[in-house]
Structures are given as structure tokens and as C-alpha cells.
Ligand binder design. Sequence first.
Ligand SMILES: Cc1cc2nc3c(=O)[nH]c(=O)nc-3n(C[C@H](O)[C@H](O)[C@H](O)COP(=O)(O)O)c2cc1C
Length: 442
Amino acid sequence: MSYHNPYTPPRKSATFDDATLAEIRRAAATGIYDIRGAGTKRKLPHFDDLLFLGASISRYPLEGYREKCDTSVVLGTRFAKKPIRLKTPITIAGMSFGALSGNAKEALGRGATIAGTSTTTGDGGMTDEERGHSEMLVYQYLPSRYGMNPRDLRRADAIEIVIGQGAKPGGGGMLLGQKISDRVAQMRNLPKGIDQRSACRHPDWTGPDDLEIKILELREITDWEKPIYVKVGGSRPYYDTALAVKAGADVVVLDGMQGGTAATQDVFIENVGMPILACIRPAVQALQDLGLHRSVQLIVSGGIRSGADVAKALALGADAVAIGTAALVALGDNDPKWEEEYQKLGTTAGAYDDWHEGKDPAGITTQDPELAARLDPVAAGRRLANYLKVMTLEAQTIARACGKNHLHNLEPEDLCALTMEAAAMAQIPLAGTSWYPGKGGF
Ligand SMILES: Cc1cc2nc3c(=O)[nH]c(=O)nc-3n(C[C@H](O)[C@H](O)[C@H](O)COP(=O)(O)O)c2cc1C
């Protein structure tokens, strides 16, 4: 005989919540793991958990409309004969042709060039559209070696050796067959229409000593002109930064777990890596311990959305930031104007993340010629340039309010933390105190 308790309403489990139950059912029905694009969707300690302490009596603000606040940055000052000079510290992160359409890559180049910043190739080689429309182009050198050739190394303005990405430290790339068009197949030397998983380890090195040799090799090929960046996913930022610097990097790129991806297993995106907030201070500490903070530049990324995020990253010690997801949104990704089509794909604007399927209504994460043609690279490039301008102005406004005549003069003392987690991770005192967990004493 069953007993129904009329006094207690039915109660769902917090552990086995609706999303968990749905995922178990999906896995049981299909037998394959879930792949998707974009970054982690769980809530993590982030820049929102930090606030600026504007100047008052003890600090003197700068006059917004009369006193200058410089936003420029030079990357690659350690060894390169031709460092990269940017008007804004906001760069465009590496996103591959293959993951993105040719028009999207062109739009990124156009937008970055108007804003006076650099853009970056990705796990698929360099396209002519992208090179042609990017005044400063960073060329990624990845474990897959797709599209890699010495000619393009020399056509680049800087080289970024990718060890890992924040969305999947330890994991390699994925490009599903739907997106392997004739052109993508030809550029990557792959069969058309067949799923590919690219390597997670570089084929010709197993550790930091080999990395040093590789960096020297790349410098020789490019006549010691180009800055060499090393990109790592945020997992052990102190040691990874120290080892990259020891191996000879001019610039370290550190991508936290909020960082976007074109296609990765959901379980990876949500469970591997550390939030960028927890990565910056250890990386800066490594540079300081080596006496190279500001001589080797640090670019950070992972969930950067606004000028406030930029200013906070710089105040924690970064020299520049990189954006991926936000740049795609500025181009037109997830725009509600495509809502009807998102609904047909079983999703909604703001949640569309099946970037691996190549059916993007906005024409950005696709190789379908009809969909790709929907994105006007000139108009999209202009939108990106506007967005970069707004973010730069926002960061400048905050820096002036903190009394700084250069964004790089922002410092940890300009910040306070709203939560214990953020205080501990960013080593910034909890608001109203002079203490953060791990500092000891009050
Ligand atoms: C569509 C897409 C494609 C990407 N492709 C690459 C890639 O080819 N190589 C790489 O190092 N990172 C790649 N990334 C990661 C970005 O370079 C960057 O680390 C990340 O997007 C930064 O985080 P954000 O998206 O929150 O700004 C990709 C990201 C996206 C969104």
C-alpha cells in the first residue's frame, strides 16, 4: 500500500535538479557527450565581485575632459625588433577560420584596425581576407599545425604559441564535419565533411626545454622581428607563466575558464580550469619574482565584457586583455533579430551555443555560404570598432576617477572585493576592511 503525505509538497532534489535530470536522459538516449560552443555558463567569482575605490581626499582624481589618460600599450618589448603598438589594451582573441566564417574573420580584422588594435588567427591558418583587413595580425602556432607555413609566419605581426585555452586546458580543438567545407579542408589538409579533433600536445616537444628551442626556431625564421606570445589556459598560472618566461616568451596570454570556445565537450567547459579572477595575481607574482613584470607583457582573457572588466584586469596587473565572445556579440552573434530562426533550432537568442553545427542564423559560426553572406563584414566591423571604443572610454573614465593618467597606473590598491571568494582569489581586501583571506591578521 502506498502512503502519500498530504502535508509536504513534492520536493525536487538540489543535487538532481531539472537540468541534471535532462542531461542524464539526453546521455541515455544518445550515448554521446554534449558538445557546444561559448564559455562556462555556471556562475563564477568574476570581475563583478570587485569595485573601484574612486579618488577623494587621500587620492586626487583627474579632470575628465581636460586631463589626458593614456590607453596605449606596447607588446613584445623583451626581445622582438618590432614590438606591437596598440592604441587600446583590448585585443581580439584567436578564433579560427573554420570555426568562424570568412566574413566574420574579415569583420574582426576591420573592427580591430579601426580601433587601433590587433586581431589573431586561430586553429585553421591565416586567410587572405583576414591578413588584408588587419593592420596588426597575430598568427597562432597550435598543436594541430593546421594551415601552418613559414610564409604566413613571416606575414604575421606577432606569433602566438598556443599551449592551451581557458575553456579546455589540457584539451585539443574540435571541428565537426558540418563545418569542414572545401576551403577549410584544403587549408587544414583534412578530408571534407569528416569530424576532426585536433591535438592537445605539440608534436615536437614534451616540456619547457623544447619550448625554448621552438621559440628560438620561430625567432630565427622571422629574423627576431616578431614578438612571440605564449598562450595558456588558466590552471597553474604561477608556474605556467614562469616557465613560459623562462622559455623566452615576450608576452604571456592567460585565458581563464570563462573563455569561449568554438566547440568543446560541455563537461570540459564547466569543470576544468580556474576563473580568470584567480589567475591574474599568481601570474603577475611570477613576473614580479623574475623581475620582469611589465617587461614581459601579460594579456588576460575569459569573460571580459566591459571597460570596467578591462580596468579591473589591468588594476590586477595585466598589460592588456583579449576578447572573443564579446567581439562575436558585437558582430551580431545571438542577436534577437534572428529569434524565429533560433526557435527553429530549439534555442533562443542569448542562449544559442551550438556553434559547432554550422547553422548560425547570424552567419558568424558557419561555413554555409548562404548563412555567411548574411554578415556584412563592413557594417559588422564598424559595430566591433564602436564597441571597442566604448570599452576603452569606460576604462579611461574609471582610471581618471582613480587619479591615473595611464590605464597601466591602475593598481590593486584601487580595488575592493565584494565577496570573500573574490577577496581570496584576487588578493584584494574585502570592502570596508584591509584584509583578504590568506593575508593573515587584520
Ligand atoms: C568561436 C571561437 C573560436 C575560438 N578559436 C580559438 C582558436 O582557434 N585558438 C585559440 O587559442 N583559442 C580559440 N578560442 C578562444 C579565444 O581565443 C579566447 O581565449 C576566448 O574566447 C576568450 O574568452 P571570451 O570568449 O570570454 O572573451 C576561440 C573562441 C571562440 C569563441
